[in-house]
Ligand binder design. Structure first.
Ligand code: SF4
Length: 370
């Protein structure tokens, strides 16, 4: 028997901060309808203008060489293997030119943890791109990559991030968070620990960079680990205020070592519940992103009624989760259609044309009215 969750939802709706026990009770509840209604109400109060944002960009995965092992990853290759690659600056510029031609405003650049890439490699790359595309948003390098630079160049996180910012980096993606609990992380990965991931984010926020925060669940984690993850994100957000958005998604299992071992994977219901509970628990985070790329376009649309106010990206190119089985695609027309049609009452309102929201991870988001 699960607890009656209505008193918890009532307190959240009254503006009270939820405890870890409340969060546990919500995640253990099967009543996703009531949880979703509460999250939708909070989302409406936080964003009464009724706007869902999205962006046109692409993922550039500059290398698949990686010197750690994550059993949930189908993208990486060990150093020295025949099918490794490193993208040249010219190839990245071609991708940016294509993105700009399609109306894109930024790039999400992430890669494996290359054993030879120290701070100078990243500075040179950013410096070249920023000089050539000064207005283009360079949303780059998740905490494991920053930690890898720290190991190679023997510099502390703040110095690394200040130098990357000076070289042209706009903001930091929240990748590599997975589950911020070392009991889970140690079982599935040899990359940076929970404290190290958070320390990179703290340093990024201190040097004036903003970032997103993510969660990938379904990698052998339980409710208690997910609650601890949310608690760590909320605590750091209280301290720095630097997270612009929270983005949960579910583990994609195809072609991964972990996928062959794990018996049960999260369902659509689990995803929607996680998203809605995140909106209720993370009362200090402004934006929540639908992960249509991993959940599919239809469930991604439903997520807009479970707390999300951002539809992510058109994502002209993506290599990491697609290697693990996520093959969903959308063009701008489809994304705008899904946004408008998720709320029939408001769909009668005229569309506002593209506009800029400069405060979302410093990348311009394009808006469409609900
Ligand atoms: S998830 Fe990232 S750090 Fe882990 S193996 Fe894949 S590329 Fe390397």
């Amino acid at each position: 028997m699960t607890r009656d969750i209505q008193p918890i939802l009532d307190r959240a709706l009254a503006g009270e901060r939820l405890s870890a026990d409340d969060c546990t009770a919500l995640l253990e509840s099967d009543d996703i309808a009531r949880i979703g209604v509460a999250a939708d109400e909070i989302r409406k109060r936080r964003h009464p203008e009724g706007v869902v944002t999205y962006i046109i960009d692409r993922n550039v995965n500059y290398t698949n060489v990686c010197n750690v092992v994550c059993t949930f990853c189908a993208f990486y290759r060990r150093p020295g293997k025949p099918d490794t690659y490193v993208t040249t600056v010219e190839q990245i510029c071609e991708k940016i030119d294509e993105t700009i031609a399609l109306g894109g405003t930024g790039v999400l650049m992430q890669g494996g943890l290359h054993p030879d890439f120290g701070i100078e490699w990243y500075e040179e790359l950013l410096g070249t791109l920023h000089a050539r595309y000064p207005e283009f948003q360079l949303h780059c390098f998740s905490p494991p990559e920053i930690h890898n630079i720290h190991l190679i160049s023997k510099l502390d996180y703040e110095e690394i991030l200040a130098r990357l910012k000076a070289a042209g980096m706009s903001s930091l993606p929240g990748g590599g968070g997975e589950i911020l609990d070392d009991e889970v992380r140690r079982r599935v990965s040899t990359k940076c620990t929970t404290d190290e991931w958070l320390a990179v984010m703290r340093a990024a926020h201190r040097v004036g960079l903003r970032s997103t925060a993510t969660m990938m669940f379904g990698i052998g984690d339980g409710v208690e680990h997910r609650v601890r993850h949310l608690q760590r994100v909320r605590d750091l957000q209280d301290e720095t205020g630097g997270f612009t958005a929270f983005i949960p998604w579910t583990f994609q299992r195809e072609n991964t070592a972990l996928g062959r071992r794990i018996k049960e994977e999260p369902t659509g219901v689990d995803y929607l519940k996680m998203l809605a509970v995140s909106r209720l628990f993370l009362d200090n985070v402004e934006h929540f992103q639908s992960s249509w790329l991993t959940q599919g376009l239809r469930l991604g649309q439903v997520a807009l009624r479970f707390g999300a106010d951002d539809m992510g990206s058109i994502m002209i190119e993506e290599n990491v989760v697609s290697a693990a089985g996520a093959h969903n695609e959308a063009d701008e027309k489809m994304l705008r259609y899904l946004i408008r049609r998720h709320d029939l009452e408001s769909a009668r309102v005229c569309l506002r044309n593209h506009a800029r929201v400069p405060d979302y991870a410093s990348a311009p988001r394009l808006k469409t009215r609900r």
